[in-house]
Design a binder for this molecule. Structure first.
Ligand code: CP
Length: 353
């Protein structure tokens, strides 16, 4: 595999690298001018997104027949992937696992670090490097911000680098969730993500999905964002600065009922109290940020209601029956979008037809 300019030059040490801006880092995570490690939503440009969406659409139609499914599952039958999930997950884990199986990739997993030699004192860095001795790709979720990026940086300095794909990194990023969220918008609006008003609701301060989705919106024209949250959990300043730099208009409000009327998509999230250090979530009234059945009469006929899931109470279960509630489809879209991404990283996307 031919390396890009950035990968052939001497790589800076981690402390220097970590402080670099994301746009400076991106070339280090590419090979042959293709994305190699998937760590940041900012790596996904419009051309790549649309290519992945078309690939995902083709995958789902081709695999409807046994012959098609057999063909697709032969494409990467020589590859192995490791799923290392050091944080709980249902959807991301299951969708990556099944996406790998759709493509014929054999999988192994660690979902509980108490079953790995980390309990004997091995560092997480050495643990992940060990995986690369056995597999061709590592898909990982980790609670420590920046750890997934550090793993990819470390791996790219070894003699046997393998692609690292983030399944969620601390509070910072969940790039493949943003990929599947945007794929859901694309499918919901017949391929047209431009010109949409997207309302993101909930714990925006600690939600990595809304952060990554905000980054991806730079790829679309005339998109506007409304952030609806309790004052304690407003979107962080770094995302607001990014939106200003990319001329993406946004508003911040606590008036959910007011802003939902003009929404093309409402993206609900739960309170992320697993990140509480000293009970920050206690005493916050989250109920004004619930989507209730009566709201179905207020929103546009074409509006879609999304949620990365899991949910608690922020969407009433009776809302699920409304055709505008697309979160179960969104979850399934994740498997196809992730399969498309893996096919692309391994360079077999052109063979899916
Ligand atoms: N949306 C999402 O990341 O769900 P899981 O935590 O279940 O993977």
């Amino acid at each position: 595999m031919q390396r890009t300019q950035a990968m052939t030059s001497v790589q800076p040490d981690w402390e220097t690298f970590h402080k670099m801006g994301t746009s400076q880092k991106i070339p280090y995570f590419s090979k042959d001018n293709r994305l190699y490690d998937c760590l940041f939503a900012q790596q996904l440009n419009r051309e790549l997104l649309e290519h992945l969406f078309r690939t995902a659409d083709t995958l789902r139609s081709v695999t409807r027949t046994k012959d098609g499914a057999d063909h697709v599952s032969s494409l990467l039958s020589d590859k192995r992937a490791m799923l290392y999930f050091a944080q709980p997950s249902t959807r991301t884990f299951m969708s990556f696992l099944n996406a790998a199986h759709v493509l014929g990739i054999k999988t192994s997993e660690i979902r509980d670090t108490s079953t790995s030699s980390e309990v004997k004192g091995e560092t997480p860095e050495d643990t992940v490097r060990t995986f690369s001795s056995y597999v061709d790709m590592i898909i990982m979720r980790h609670p420590a911000p920046g750890f997934v990026e550090k793993t990819a940086w470390l791996m790219n300095r070894t003699g046997r680098p393998v692609p690292i794909v983030s399944g969620g990194s601390g509070k910072d990023q969940h790039p493949t969730q943003a990929l599947l969220d945007t794929y859901t918008l694309y499918r919901s609006f017949n391929g047209e993500v431009d010109n949409k008003h997207i309302v993101m609701v909930g714990d925006l301060k600690r939600g990595r999905t809304v952060r990554s989705l905000s980054y991806l919106m730079k790829n679309y024209r005339n998109v506007s964002l409304s952030f609806v949250s309790p004052k304690e959990f407003r979107m962080e300043a770094d995302i607001l600065d990014f939106l200003r730099r990319h001329n993406i208009p946004f508003t911040e409000t606590e008036d959910f009922a007011g802003v939902m009327k003009t929404a093309d998509a409402i993206y609900m999230t739960r309170i992320q109290d697993e990140h509480d250090k000293s009970g920050e979530s206690k005493g916050v009234d989250y109920s004004p940020f619930y989507f209730r059945k009566e709201h179905l009469d207020i929103i546009k006929k074409t509006c879609v209601i999304m949620h990365p899931l899991p949910r608690r109470h922020e969407i009433e279960v009776t809302v699920d029956e409304d055709p505008r509630a697309v979160f179960w489809r969104q979850e399934r879209n994740g498997m196809w979008a992730r399969a498309a991404l893996m096919a692309y990283i391994f360079g077999v996307d052109g063979k899916i037809a």
